[in-house]
Design a protein around this ligand. Structure first.
Ligand code: PLP
Length: 287
């Protein structure tokens, strides 16, 4: 962790950064968050993350803690203060501090907390060389997964199951046996016939900012693409699979449960898209 955190108007040493015990984020998970990648000291896809933050706040009727243009300045100041060239910035906004009561408080100022994390790399050479394993688990989450809520207990349990199974991620399944998404990533396959597929973005998944960039890059590259649900069975038979998120970009998946994906090696579509995303993230996508 970096040296400073931002808490409600102050840049404080990380170890002394605190929120109130009656913060609604702590009491009710009444808050939202974003994780933005930093490359070369710049923010990647900042616009997409701030647009999604605006949407999450709007859906929950939580007020902006500061104006968006001020937030942009504060993020940059924290990154500079912590001298992060490569890594991530985490920001959380909650409905603020109020005596514990379910209904919205009449008066509360939204809480804003930000921390940064340095990363020497976003994937290990081994992960890129061999791909990673995912397991499948039932999706036990609420039906507003489009909101980037801090209520992440199902994902905590899912990730723990993945770790215990020696896997990188857990793909969650809806009652029809279709993959919704990973616990902290979107899920993609390339079908046997060479079409890139990811689930359409509605209330059942989080519309990844990376997902949106990858869709645009795939279209620009002329890759056949379909936005639709796919079953676990179809994923087992896929030619390729990968996950996407702000901190993994495009991560090849070569094993799903006990099935080998394709020939067991990271596929060419995923590699092309990872490179295209990296070029974008360190070029026009950075600000
Ligand atoms: N889906 C879920 C449930 C997530 O938690 C995340 C990221 O944390 C994603 C998808 C990927 O979103 P993004 O590409 O914006 O990081």
């Amino acid at each position: 962790m970096s040296r400073y955190a931002y808490v409600n108007g102050r840049f404080v040493p990380h170890g002394e950064a605190m929120v109130h015990v009656e913060d609604r984020g702590f009491q009710f998970a009444d808050g939202v968050y974003e994780v933005v990648t930093i490359i070369g000291g710049k923010l990647v896809d900042e616009r997409g993350h701030l647009d999604r933050l605006a949407r999450s706040l709007g859906e929950l009727r939580i007020a902006w803690p500061v104006a968006p243009h001020v937030l942009k300045l504060l993020m940059r100041r924290l990154i500079a203060q912590n001298r992060v060239r490569q890594g991530t910035i985490y920001l959380q906004v909650t409905r603020g501090v109020a005596p514990r009561d379910f209904k919205f408080p009449k008066h509360s100022d939204s809480t804003l907390v930000m921390t940064t994390k340095r990363a020497t790399s976003f994937a290990t050479p081994e992960q890129l060389e061999n791909g990673v394993k995912v397991i499948s688990i039932p999706d036990i989450r609420w039906l507003r997964r489009d909101i980037k809520s801090v209520a992440l207990l199902p994902q905590v349990l899912g990730k723990q199951r993945a770790v215990e199974a020696g896997a990188f991620e857990a793909w969650q399944l809806d009652p029809e046996g279709n993959v919704t998404e990973g616990c902290s990533s979107n899920a993609w396959i390339v079908t046997e016939t060479g079409t890139l597929v990811t689930r359409c973005a509605n209330n059942l998944i989080l519309n990844g900012v990376t997902r949106l960039s990858i869709i645009r890059l795939a279209k620009e590259a002329g890759i056949p693409f379909e936005e639709r649900a796919f079953s676990l069975e179809e994923a087992y038979r896929a030619r390729e699979a990968f996950v996407s998120s702000a901190s993994t970009f495009v991560m090849p998946v070569t094993r799903i449960d006990d099935h080998t994906v394709g020939n067991g090696r990271p596929g060419s579509f995923g590699e092309r898209l990872r490179q295209a995303y990296l070029d974008y993230a360190s070029g026009e996508g950075a600000s």
